[in-house]
Design a protein around this ligand. Structure first.
Ligand SMILES: [Mg+2]
Length: 344
């Protein structure tokens, strides 16, 4: 049965699962992964002894703040304007994320940025002590937000094309799924808050549009085609187009699952997106996809997160086995956020 609410949940949870699976091996080479976990690589969570949970990393923390920013801008009533999602909702939410990681206010900001105004009835992420843990937050995100200035596509703060913009925008594809082009635009703006290289933000736009199309029931082929034709309208979109096309081609010609490393290491935006696409495309099950997405020498947690987003949007909750749910840190919070996005 086609259940769009289930796809919302699975997109958010799938991302968190891929993130949590890959987080312990983010900085491990492929030979090291194999010598530690066997020839299949890591295929189960590594649990933290204290809590018995698989920890999410900054990718999922920031995705929650993206979702929170969307809800925030909705409640503020600013959803009528395209520009305001990023400026009125997501940017202030990222400033709050910055505070959770540093306990400091960005330059020129006072503690009014930490307070809710019209959104109290749903509580605040700032009350979630568990989100204050530092899980290898990206330096580009921290340094861009520390300036107290908001980066945008027109006025970039830097020239970074790290994958930190891509790995956090899937909630935008969900929330704006009825208008995939708007999802593309808003996600590009949301990524440009911290990542100023055109590929750093256009690859994020591409992911949100892919999520929107998949949630709406499009096939992977059709979703990719639509995104590529839209990206091609941007002169600076070529790098992302090339990376996605390489992944698509490799997924049909390459039998070896290890082919993922041909596409790069995924520290940069277009590679992370392309590697995640490849893993999602090769996968016959959710588990196969996220395992493929993390077992290589590159940015395991971010590629795992993006791949989990894509597969969740494609298949919904039915595809995610119980084994991945129980031990996932913050599962309740993530599901709750997915449901709130869905209800609005
Ligand atoms: Mg991470």
């Amino acid at each position: 049965m086609y259940d769009i609410g289930s796809r919302f949940q699975a997109t958010m949870l799938g991302g968190a699962i891929g993130d949590a699976l890959g987080y312990p091996i983010e900085f491990m080479s492929q030979p090291d992964i194999k010598s530690n976990y066997g020839s299949e690589g890591l295929t189960h969570y590594i649990l933290v002894p204290k809590s018995g949970k698989a920890l999410i990393s900054d990718d999922t923390q920031m995705s929650l703040f993206t979702a929170d920013g969307l809800l925030w801008s909705y409640y503020l009533g600013s959803y009528r304007g395209l520009e305001s999602y990023a400026e009125k909702g997501i940017y202030p939410s990222y400033l709050r994320w910055y505070y959770t990681q540093t306990k400091e206010l960005p330059e020129g900001k006072d503690d009014s940025i930490l307070k809710r105004q019209s959104y109290e009835k749903h509580g605040s992420l700032m009350e979630e002590d568990r989100l204050y843990d530092r899980r290898a937050p990206g330096t580009t995100c921290l340094s861009a937000l520390s300036t107290g200035k908001m980066g945008s596509m027109d006025e970039p703060l830097n020239q970074s094309k790290g994958c930190g913009g891509v790995m956090r925008v899937a909630p935008i594809g969900l929330f704006l799924h009825e208008d995939p082009l708007q999802a593309f635009y808003v996600a590009s703006e949301a990524a440009a808050i911290t990542h100023g290289h055109p590929t750093g933000f256009l690859a994020a736009g591409a992911l949100a549009m892919l999520i929107a199309e998949l949630v709406n029931g499009k096939s992977m082929e059709d979703a990719l085609q639509l995104v590529i034709s839209h990206l091609s309208q941007y002169p600076e979109g070529q790098e992302t187009v090339d990376a996605l096309l390489a992944a698509e081609q490799l997924s049909s010609s390459q039998n070896e699952v290890e082919g993922i490393a041909v596409l790069g290491e995924g520290w940069i935006a277009e590679e992370a997106l392309a590697m995640a696409w490849y893993a999602a495309r090769k996968a016959e099950t959710f588990e196969q996809g996220v395992c493929l997405a993390v077992n290589h020498g590159g940015d395991s947690d971010s590629i795992g997160a993006v791949c989990g987003n894509l597969l969740g949007a494609r298949w919904g909750m039915e595809a995610i086995g119980e084994k991945w749910m129980e031990e996932l840190e913050c599962r309740d919070l993530i599901l709750n956020m997915a449901d709130r996005l869905y209800r609005l």
